[in-house]
Design a protein around this ligand. Structure first.
Ligand code: AMP
Length: 190
């Protein structure tokens, strides 16, 4: 299986690039943000629980995210692989993911980290907020919280994969197609 962690701050283009990758490599797209938004729309208990954290731009507690991801992996054990988008977001989640995969004789093939300057992230998120309807994209304060949460809690996840020799960085600025090509080149090297 080809199991990829697509990593980067909010607004780096993970969702957009995931679409291209799943089409090209026929992988299952496992976006924890999308899963939470689906639960919110459906009004499930999980959605209600996650809403307060999401509205504030904070992370949903690890155990909730981890069990949601575990269920999804178990549903798709026959897949060609997964692209993890927006997960893992803490080192604790990364360790839990490694354990889950090991239990199924699987492993992460590599991480692709999209790097985008902060001013560009803010611009993209505000622009997305005008059309996405996402409450967490619509004001500068929430965007600042999400970027800070990324720096404090999520960026150490890159070091975690670096120490396993699985970290690959890509400049996430430029045309969508040019970035996709660079991502494909990295994936083809896994
Ligand atoms: P995203 O669409 O990836 O930006 O996620 C939207 C929101 O969902 C985040 O700001 C968090 O509140 C929550 N979320 C998504 N993925 C995770 C995760 N792996 N760990 C904790 N919270 C998450």
């Amino acid at each position: 299986m080809l199991n990829i962690v697509l990593f980067g701050p909010p607004g780096a283009g993970k969702g957009t690039q995931s679409e291209n990758i799943i089409n090209k490599y026929a992988l299952v797209h496992l976006s924890t943000g999308d899963l939470f938004r689906m639960h919110l729309d459906e009004g499930t208990e999980l959605g209600k629980m996650a809403q307060g954290f999401m509205d504030q731009g904070k992370l949903v507690p690890d155990h909730v995210v981890i069990s949601m991801v575990e269920d999804k992996i178990k549903e798709h054990l026959d897949a060609r692989g997964f692209i993890f988008d927006g997960f893992p977001r803490t080192v604790n989640q990364a360790e839990a993911l490694d354990k889950m995969l090991t239990n199924h004789n699987l492993a992460i093939s590599g991480m692709v980290a999209l790097q985008v300057p902060e001013a560009e992230l803010r611009k993209r998120l505000l622009l997305r907020g005008q059309t996405s309807g996402r409450a967490d994209d619509q004001n500068e304060e929430k965007i600042s919280t999400r970027i800070k949460v990324y720096e404090d809690e999520t960026s150490p996840v890159a070091d975690y994969y670096q120490s396993q020799g699985k970290f690959n960085a890509i400049e996430g600025v430029g045309s969508i197609d040019a970035i996709s090509e660079q991502i494909s080149a990295v994936i083809d090297s896994f």
